[in-house]
Design a binder for this molecule. Structure first.
Ligand code: CP
Ligand code: NVA
Length: 356
C-alpha cells in the first residue's frame, strides 16, 4: 500500500508540532549546507566541517514540477537550488511554456505531471486552481502562493524569528552566546511575541493568522475594513481557535503598540494591478516608519516577504538594523528544501519502498 498522499495548501493543514519539526529540519539543512555559518573560532569551524552530514539525497533521480503562473524570484530560486541540493531536479513550467489554461485543464495537467514527476510546487491565481490540481494529482502538491495562502513564506518567517530569538528575550542572550561556542548551533525557542501586521489582508497575512496564534503569539492587524480577510480564510481561523489571539484595528499606530515584530506586504498583490490607484488611496498612512512604530517595543524587528515598494515601508526601516528581510528571503530556501525533502523526497522513497 503506498503511503497516504499529502498536500500542503496552507499552514492551517499542519499542527503546530509539525510546523516546529519542519523549522528544526530547515535549520539543520541550513547548518549542514553552510557549515561555515557563525563559526566561533577556527577549531569549531573545522570540527563542524569534519562532522558534516550532507543533506539527504531524497530527490535523487527525481523531478519536481514548478508550475508557476505568476512571477517569482525567491520562491523559484529557492525551489530550483533546493531540489539540486537534495540530488534531484526542478523543472520550471511557466504560464507561457505549457498547455495549462490555454489548451488543457488543471485535471489533465495534474494527471500528466503525476506520471512523470514526484511532486508539484504550484503558484496559481485563484486558490481553487491549486485545490483542483491537488484533487487530481497522484503526487503531493505544495502551494507556492495562491490568492488566499502563502504557506512557505510563513515557514521562512518563523525560522527567521527563531534564529533571532535572543533579540526578543534578554534571558536567552546568555544561552545563545554559549550556543555560538558549540560546534553545532542550536535553534532557540521563541518567547511569546506580539506581532503587528500593517497593510493588506492577503495570502501572507492569512498564513500568519492560522499559525502564529497556535504557536503562542498574539497578532494585531491594521487593515482598512474593506480589505480584511475573506470569509473562507476567517472560517479556518475560527475553526482552529486562532481568532481569540487576533485583534483587528484600522489605526496602524494602535496595531504596533508594544509589538515585538512589525510585518507588512505589498498593498497591490500580483493580479490586482487594476486596483492600484484605489489601493494607494485606501492604505495612505499605513507606511511602516520609525515614527509610526514609536509605541512598539523599543527592540522591535521588521519582516517583509518581498518584493517591496517604498510606499509600504520606508528605506530607514527596510535597510536599517531592525530589518531581518534578507535573512528572511534566504530562509525561503531552507524551509522550501525541508518541505521538498519531507513531502516530495520521503514520500517518493516510501512509494518506491512499497513497490519494491
Ligand atoms: N516572497 C516571495 O514569494 O517572493 P517571490 O514572489 O519573488 O517568489
Ligand atoms: N501578497 C503578495 C505576495 C508576494 C510574495 C502577492 O500575492 O503578490
Amino acid at each position: 500500500m503506498p503511503p497516504p498522499l499529502r498536500h500542503l495548501m496552507t499552514l492551517a493543514d499542519l499542527p503546530p508540532a509539525e510546523i516546529n519539526r519542519i523549522i528544526a529540519h530547515a535549520f539543520s539543512l541550513k547548518q549542514r549546507s553552510k557549515p561555515w555559518l557563525t563559526p566561533p573560532d577556527a577549531a569549531a569551524a573545522t570540527d563542524r566541517i569534519k562532522n558534516l552530514r550532507l543533506p539527504s539525497q531524497s530527490l535523487f533521480g527525481k523531478t519536481v514540477a514548478l508550475l508557476f503562473s505568476k512571477r517569482s524570484t525567491r520562491t523559484r530560486v529557492a525551489a530550483e537550488t533546493s531540489a539540486e541540493l537534495l540530488g534531484g531536479r526542478a523543472l520550471f513550467l511557466g504560464r507561457e511554456d505549457i498547455q495549462l489554461g490555454v489548451n488543457e485543464s488543471a485535471r489533465d495537467t495534474a494527471k500528466v505531471l503525476s506520471g512523470m514527476c514526484q511532486g508539484i510546487f504550484a503558484r496559481v491565481g485563484d486558490h481553487s486552481e491549486i485545490e483542483e490540481l491537488a484533487k487530481w494529482s497522484d503526487v503531493p502538491v505544495m502551494n507556492a502562493l495562491s490568492s488566499l495562502w502563502h504557506p512557505t513564506q510563513i515557514l521562512a518567517d518563523i525560522l527567521t524569528l527563531q534564529e533571532n530569538a535572543a533579540l526578543f528575550d534578554p534571558t536567552l542572550k546568555e544561552d545563545s552566546i554559549k550556543n555560538e561556542k558549540r560546534a553545532q548551533p542550536k535553534l532557540l525557542d521563541l518567547p511569546p511575541l506580539t506581532v503587528a501586521y500593517v497593510g493588506d489582508s492577503a495570502n501572507v497575512l492569512h498564513d500568519m493568522l492560522v499559525s502564529y496564534p497556535r504557536m503562542g503569539h498574539k497578532l494585531r492587524v491594521a487593515s482598512p475594513k474593506q480589505y480584511r480577510a475573506p470569509t473562507e480564510v476567517w472560517d479556518r481561523v475560527q475553526q482552529l481557535g486562532c481568532d481569540k489571539n487576533i485583534v483587528w484595528v484600522e489605526d496602524p499606530k494602535e496595531a504596533v503598540e508594544g509589538a515585538n515584530v512589525v510585518v507588512t506586504d505589498t498593498w497591490i498583490s500580483m493580479g490586482q494591478e487594476a486596483e492600484k490607484e484605489e489601493r494607494l488611496r485606501a492604505f495612505k498612512g499605513y507606511q511602516v516608519t520609525e515614527a509610526l512604530c514609536k509605541g512598539a517595543d523599543p527592540h522591535w524587528k521588521f519582516l517583509h516577504c518581498l518584493p517591496r515598494k517604498p510606499h509600504e515601508v520606508d528605506d530607514e526601516v527596510f535597510y536599517g538594523p531592525r530589518s531581518l528581510v534578507f535573512q528572511e528571503a534566504e530562509n525561503r530556501k531552507w524551509t522550501i528544501m525541508a518541505m521538498f525533502d519531507i513531502l516530495f523526497g520521503r514520500w517518493a522513497l516510501e512509494v518506491e519502498g512499497a513497490q519494491a
